[in-house]
Design a protein around this ligand. Sequence first.
Ligand SMILES: [Zn+2]
Length: 107
Amino acid sequence: MKYCEWCGKSTTNKPVHVAQTPILEWIEERINKIGRKQIWGENSDWSKLEMDSDFEAELLVYDQLLSTVSKSTVCTRCLKEDERMWEKYYDDDSGDDEGGMFVVVEE
Ligand SMILES: [Zn+2]
């Protein structure tokens, strides 16, 4: 029996190539609040944003983990959730991602 590297639950899934962290909704929501373009845009200047240093540090780690892909065992539930998060936050080709468009689903 193996364990999911994201949530710790047991799973029979084979290892797949995934980022080292799932997409975290609370971080993405904060990014939306501050403004995705302000944070990730070419001319972004974090020192001019209203970000507390804790979140700034968190964001750096998160970004690094998210862009580091390795073979990991992740359970089906996490994979599905991650896919949903990806579609919600990253699969956006409307060209306008400056907040206010996302509906938070309470579960
Ligand atoms: Zn899991």
